[in-house]
Design a protein around this ligand. Structure first.
Ligand code: 9UX
Length: 68
């Protein structure tokens, strides 16, 4: 399992937090995702054999946010 911190732009309410949490945890290979509106970031635990960090960023961007 690998842990990564992703900076997220564009979150403006707790609904956004829920949406991004849902998008991330729906990806196979993601074990957990803690999204913080205040910190504008997500801490994600994932299996690098199953999903890449790039795929996490892509899923967040597809949901309409900036991710890096
Ligand atoms: Mo809040 Mo976010 O009203 O995608 S859900 S702005």
């Amino acid at each position: 399992m690998e842990n990564t911190l992703i900076k997220i732009g564009g979150m403006s309410c707790q609904g956004c937090v829920k949406n991004i949490s849902g998008v991330l945890t729906a990806l196979s290979g993601v074990a957990s995702a803690e999204v913080s509106l205040e910190a504008a970031e997500a801490r994600v635990a994932f299996d690098p054999q199953a999903v890449t960090r790039e795929a996490l960023l892509g899923a967040i961007e597809d949901a309409g946010f900036d991710a890096e």
